[in-house]
Design a protein around this ligand. Sequence first.
Ligand SMILES: Nc1ncnc2c1ncn2[C@@H]1O[C@H](COP(=O)(O)OP(=O)(O)OP(=O)(O)O)[C@@H](O)[C@H]1O
Ligand SMILES: [Mg+2]
Ligand SMILES: [Zn+2]
Length: 495
Amino acid sequence: MGDALERELQTHFGFSSFREGQKEIIEDVLTGRDVLGILPTGVGKSLCFQLPAKLLKGTTIVISPLISLMVDQVKQLKANGFKDVIAINSLMDMKQRSVSLNQLHRYSLIYLSPEMIQNQWLEKRLQQLKIDLLVIDEAHCISQWGHEFRTDYLKIGKAAEKLGRPPILALSATATPEVQKDIKHQLGLKETKDHIYKMDKPNMTFSVESCERPEDKLDRMVTILRTKKLPTMIYFSSRQTAEHITEELKRHTGQRIAFYHGGMEPMDRLLVQQQFMNDQLDVICCTNAFGMGVDKSNIRRIIHYHLPTQLESFIQEVGRAGRDGLPCTSLVLYTPTDHFLPLRLIQSELPEETDVHKFFQFLQTESDLNRGDIAEKLELSESQWNFLRFQVEHLSDTSRQEAKVKIIQQLKNRSYYKNRKFKEMLDWIHYDGCRRVKLYAPFQEGFIEPQVPCCDSCGGSVEDLNIFAAQDSDHEEESWEERLKAIFLQGNNRV
Ligand SMILES: Nc1ncnc2c1ncn2[C@@H]1O[C@H](COP(=O)(O)OP(=O)(O)OP(=O)(O)O)[C@@H](O)[C@H]1O
Ligand SMILES: [Mg+2]
Ligand SMILES: [Zn+2]
């Protein structure tokens, strides 16, 4: 294969060389093997299936977790002349969808959500194609979301069987050995070629600052934003707080700031994402609904107003910054009571043992799990209901009594697992040694020497970035057209 692959890279994507890991993964993919690829955020995992999609005769299907991510990638590909690519998602209207479904054979790369690939009608269409590669992008979602929130992630293995079991490529930036095992297990992968690389971000300075009260966080953020206008993401676990802080920050800094969360209309979300991508916003206040896989090169700061529930999420979220390789920084703001919210979130994702009993009682008189009102009747959150429903369907060959015992056991396992994960996060916050060492320890041995001040324990701080970023200080001065557009979009979009 040798240099031929480099030529294809140049021809189709205009890149002169592969980044670490890409070629190795692509070569194995092209030989039809099942591959697990763990490469750091922003390195170019997408290329590991986009180039094969170009080279393979048949169709490549990519399972992607977020519509925004699919739309973003399809847009970028089309802009670069890769036309036979499509994302089939719920934003398409009926007509668009039926037109594209009738012409599926025309596409060499098809993006789908894990829910969409379970769609029986679509499945029939896909069965008529020759599928050469099935990719699971952001494959840690299988482990992170599959068990409760999005159980269709656990059904991808079965879907692959129905499609003639094409070779599988699972990609992620954040998978501990434990999660790698879960990914393989859930996908039914027996012999994979593993390509696991270090996940370091040598261009990022890590810091944690403790605040006494939530208001202090606002003051601190205002100070930081005012020192320098730089593309910044602020992560929240609460939609309401994200909206509230957006208003406060706008008022105190005069910068272009918008919020983004899962409670917004999909079109509004896309618009805010596009504005941020196009540098029409300085700061985005978002929940974890934003960001995964989103490829904006010049984000300089990631601030966590709330704590993520696990280190993996944290690494994903800080992974949005500095994709151009230039210095970037992460700051976690922390008050002594900040662990309550994540713990509450974890609890709300899983049903209680009493809910399981209630559910089984309910099953004695009702067998149709498709009824839309069951969750409401049993007072379960969406993710609690998804967990129960998946488990019951999964254990349909087992006696009721046995299923109940197994489900309760699984519940305990998951709860234990999630709490253990969160404890890792908390330990990191309270750690007083090098944060880089501690952060990467569960994922890899050692770390790559950073090119920027390492972390607050090693003498760095969020302010360091101002020195590094000084060169591009104020050339962001906007034109009147840009300003007008921003005002116009603000009016239209409740931002
Ligand atoms: N060989 C290459 N040479 C130059 N640029 C590349 C190369 N491969 C990928 N890129 C660019 O790197 C950027 C990041 O790629 P991509 O979005 O695929 O990263 P990723 O690994 O999927 O990150 P994430 O974990 O956040 O999803 C893209 O803009 C892409 O065009
Ligand atoms: Mg990606
Ligand atoms: Zn350090």
